[in-house]
Design a protein around this ligand. Structure first.
Ligand SMILES: [Zn+2]
Length: 261
């Protein structure tokens, strides 16, 4: 994969934005970033119109997904289209030949899988019913063709299901879009993906080291005030930061509704 870089040049964004506009509702690859934080940040910038190329805000929808070499960002043009939000998972019928040594016949299992290609993060193709014959019995399974060109083989799909349909991303920890601590939460989520047992104490220098000193200070105070003291986990600190952003947003909205208080 070429083109993996810290910052995508504006010209590249303009080019992608135009291509998306010519094919509304079709997701196109923006770029591949080293980590989830980078990918999420770019996706947020596209959704909010922070990047000129994707204005007005809301005209494009972007999201970051695991890619073999990092995190890929995919965008689609949605301006004026009444589109349903993109699904995260789908149910498919897949033949399972078993994992034992020796042939034990086949059964068709219904499994829930990600709608994203596991190699590049692009959208998987629409599933279609397909007949196949094994042991003289006609059965039906789902088949799909990915526009990205990566083929899904059934054994790999079953392995994916065994690993869990959860993308190896942040689990329950989702930053508030545009929140003061969104970047800090992304940072913690990334660190927690590496080490789920990370302590809040170790999270503080991590945040400080990434110019997130306000977040570091908030976590410091949180750890001090929380019952678990020095045993406070980075996970609960991240959830606390999400909570702060959620509260701030709620306060924000309540002042703009014009309602009497
Ligand atoms: Zn792919």
């Amino acid at each position: 994969m070429t083109g993996m870089q810290g910052v995508t040049p504006p010209a590249v964004h303009r080019d992608i934005a135009l291509k998306c506009r010519l094919e509304p509702d079709t997701e196109l690859l923006v770029n591949v970033y080293r980590n989830r934080q980078g990918g999420d940040a770019v996706a947020r910038g596209i959704n909010s119109g922070t990047y000129n190329a994707y204005r007005p805000s809301g005209a494009y929808q972007a999201s970051a997904h695991p890619h073999a070499e990092g995190w890929s960002v995919w965008a689609r043009y949605v301006e004026g289209l009444d589109l349903a939000p993109l699904a995260q998972t789908r149910i498919v019928r897949v033949p399972d030949y078993g994992r034992q040594v020796g042939y034990e016949g086949v059964r068709v299992v219904e499994v829930e899988i990600s709608v994203r290609c596991q190699t590049c993060g692009g959208p998987r193709g629409e599933a279609r019913s397909e007949f196949f014959v094994r042991d003289g019995v006609r059965r039906v399974r789902d088949a799909w063709t990915n526009a990205c060109g990566h083929q899904d083989d059934y054994a790999a799909v079953l392995a994916e299901v065994r690993r869990g349909t959860d993308e190896p991303r942040r689990g329950a920890i989702t930053p508030v879009d545009g929140g003061q601590f969104a970047q800090a939460v992304d940072l913690l989520a990334e660190a927690l993906a590496e080490n789920p047992w990370l302590s809040a104490k170790k999270a503080i220098p991590l945040l400080d080291g990434h110019q997130q000193s306000d977040a570091a200070q908030a976590v410091r105070e949180f750890a001090k005030s929380s019952g678990s003291g020095t045993n406070t986990s980075a996970k609960s600190a991240a959830i606390y930061l999400v909570h702060l952003d959620t509260e701030a947003r709620a306060a924000d909205t309540s002042t703009t509704t014009g309602d009497e208080k």
